[in-house]
Design a protein around this ligand. Structure first.
Ligand code: COA
Ligand code: AMP
Length: 630
């Protein structure tokens, strides 16, 4: 069947389409129907089924006789370690950890926070939660204690699973001080923490609260899979929104199983047994969907890579891993390829490895610039597929579904909507616009299985953030257009979210940190174009009248505060003191205009501006900072 036929088949009978896809899942109790309309824009998939994630991701492959197949390849250039875990071994490891959690009183519905680097135990921890129906919430290691505390207070975990340290290139990042700081700052207190002691750094355990990862598993009874309802949350993953309070995206168990399993063949073009590698982090949605769940549910081998695209040890690392482990489909962020390209512009290191195994490369997380796509395509000689999705959707809204049909690649476009997504471009009044016209990208409700049904204990916020702007639609927060052939083009965010090195961050959250500085009267943070990281945050500070401290000191302090409170991953390194911020007459800061000036793109004096001369000052400041031809 062609893509068009598959898409039409879905559109004609969406429920039938997903019921058919659901046959690939092992149900304890099959769903009696696909979709439940709960009213008011809320939907659930396969709600009345009974199923277990871990059974489908692990046990069933062993039962089917594939116990010897490798489930996880852990490749860590930063610790010089490579290990392989078979499906049979994974089952034992997961059952034991799940048993230890159970022995400590963790049961179905309890939350377990996971704060771990890219080690196989992070995947084992996620699966162990799924095995007993506990809801995990993985927090990215690059976030500071304060961000961790916010998540602890929102998810209220009974347990925290953490490692003693992460490794960033050659630096050891001690996790325990961050964890202790977070627990101290949070109002909610977990009952216990289990700490994986890594040999690179042994953490001091807090008596009465911290357990040793291996120690607490000794002698426990391995846990069986606990069937849960189809609409039982598999996890909560916090993502940046407009404010400093992150949104707790939840994923229902059954929808995730059905949708991710479908994508492995249709989009990623792999067969069970093939090696699939997403070079991301377990703390991001890509890590959830395509390091952990998707490949394992589908019976693939997944690679857990603890390293960077460059410097661990060089820009040939990606090619080494692909060649050594026979990776068929490789998924990374454009920024990672830009980093490789910068170090090895000619791609000389590609020639050092036999990459015959590699059939295709996938890019997501930020806009894929044509230069990078061409560079990778020319060097690797395989299709480089841009695809577009979000933490909220859990899988691709638009892609080139190579497993169905290899559509012509239009560089600059993540191709076409996937079955399940009825994508429209809307104007401010919510009316569909014609092909080639810019607008807000929205998806007609209901969203497909595997996407967010709501936010964790925040239904009103779910509605106001996603459903209220355009009735009957999910608002993606991205702006763009669709061409005559139905190809999408993703141009910009319509909110305060920026993408720095493929990491989703909130400028609003950074502004909250800046505004808390005693000398800062007002501030704005914008995302400016960056050749390597796609975007970088840039802060503007208006100081309180009478402040006589040097600007440089205040700037250094706010830079440090963002690092301490949000984390190094915010990459907030540049700020400037200005006399005033450009505003509309109603007092709204003209961030978009500032971005256009900084990026050197075309801009018009906003008709609503209060005082145009303020923009001259901003232009001068940007010029001093080295931005564009301001
Ligand atoms: N734990 C602790 N610190 C972390 C971290 C982690 N898991 N991840 C990143 N950081 C730190 C970095 O060490 C860096 O600290 P520094 O300011 O002291 O140098 C800071 O956060 C910013 O990190 P990053 O933006 O990643 O920049 P970088 O210069 O270290 O690396 C790239 C640049 C392009 C190589 C890197 O960003 C990269 O590999 N990006 C790909 C991202 C990706 O795959 N995202 C997945 C989304 S699909
Ligand atoms: P995240 O939730 O971290 O996956 O970030 C999602 C956001 O990243 C999207 O809303 C887009 O703004 C951006 N994004 C992801 N993939 C792409 C892509 N292929 N092209 C352009 N932007 C993308």
């Amino acid at each position: 069947m062609s893509y068009q036929e598959v898409y039409t088949r879905w559109k004609t009978d969406p429920e039938g389409f997903w019921m058919e896809a659901a046959q690939a899942i092992d149900w304890d109790q099959a769903p009696s129907k696909a979709l439940t309309d709960k009213g008011d824009g809320l939907y659930e998939w396969f709600a009345d089924a009974k199923v277990n994630t871990c059974w489908n991701a692990v046990d069933r492959h062993v039962e089917a006789g594939h116990g010897d197949r490798i489930a996880i390849i852990y490749d860590s250039p930063v610790t010089d370690t490579k290990t392989k875990i078979s499906y049979a071994q994974l089952k034992d490891d997961v059952a034991l950890l799940a048993g230890a959690l159970q022995a400590q009183g963790v049961t179905k519905g309890d939350r377990v926070l996971i704060y771990m680097p890219m080690v196989a135990e992070a995947i084992i921890a996620m699966l162990a939660c799924g095995r007993i129906g506990a809801i995990h919430s993985v927090v990215f290691g690059g976030f500071a204690a304060n961000e961790l505390a916010v998540r602890i207070d929102d998810a209220k975990p009974k347990a925290i699973l953490a490692a003693s340290c992460g490794i960033e290139g050659s630096r050891i990042i001690e996790y325990k001080p961050l964890l202790d700081g977070a627990i101290e700052a949070a109002s909610h207190e977990p009952e216990f923490c289990a700490i994986l002691q890594r040999t690179q750094h042994l953490a001091e355990l807090t008596e009465g609260r911290d357990l040793d990862w291996h120690g607490f598993q000794v002698g426990v009874t391995p846990a069986d899979c606990v069937p849960v309802e189809g609409n039982h949350p598999s996890y909560i993953l916090y993502t940046s929104g407009t404010t400093g309070q992150p949104k707790g995206v939840i994923r229902h168990t059954a929808g995730q199983l059905v949708a991710l399993n479908w994508t492995m063949e249709a989009i990623y073009n792999v067969k069970p047994g093939d090696v699939f590698w997403a070079a991301s982090d377990v703390g991001w949605v890509v890590g959830h969907s395509y390091i952990c769940y998707g490949p394992l549910i589908h019976g693939n081998t997944t690679v857990v890579f603890e390293g960077k695209p460059i410097g661990t040890p060089d820009a040939g690392t990606f090619w080494r891993v692909i060649s050594e482990h026979k990776v068929t489909s490789f998924f990374t962020a454009p920024t990672a390829l830009r980093a490789v390209k910068r170090e090895d512009p000619k791609g000389a290191l590609v020639a050092d490895y036999d990459l015959d195994c590699l059939k295709q490369v996938y890019l997501a997380g930020e806009r894929a610039d044509p230069d990078t796509i061409h560079w990778a395509q020319d060097r690797l000689g395989v299709p480089v597929i841009d695809h577009w999705w979000q933490t909220e959707t859990g899988w691709a809204i638009a892609a080139n579904p190579l497993g169905i049909e290899s559509l012509p690649i239009k560089v600059g476009s993540p191709a076409v909507p996937m079955p399940g997504y009825d994508v429209e471009i809307l104007d401010d009044a919510g009316q569909p616009v014609s092909a080639g016209t810019l607008g807000a990208i929205a998806v007609k409700l209901p969203l497909p299985p595997g996407t967010l049904p709501t936010l964790w204990q925040a239904e009103a916020r779910f509605k106001s953030a996603y459903l209220n702007t355009f009735e009957g639609y999910y608002e993606t927060g991205d702006a763009g257009m669709m061409d005559e052939d139905g190809y999408l083009y993703i141009m910009a965010r319509t909110d305060d979210v920026i993408n720095v090195a493929g990491h989703r961050l909130s400028t609003g959250a950074m502004e909250e940190v800046l505004a808390a500085h005693p000398d800062v009267a007002e501030c704005a943070v914008i995302g400016v174009a960056d050749k390597l990281k796609g975007q970088m945050p840039l802060g503007f500070l208006v100081l309180n009248a009478g402040t006589d401290r040097p600007d440089a000191d205040i700037i250094a302090e706010v830079v440090q505060s963002v690092r301490d409170q949000i984390g190094p991953v915010a990459a907030f390194k540049q700020a400037a003191v200005v006399g005033r911020l450009p505003k509309t007459r109603s007092g709204k800061i003209l961030r978009g205009t500032m971005v256009s000036i900084a990026d050197g793109s075309e801009w018009k004096m906003p008709a609503t501006i209060d005082d145009p001369s303020v923009l001259d000052d901003i232009k001068g400041t940007l010029k001093t900072l080295g931005y564009a031809e301001a």
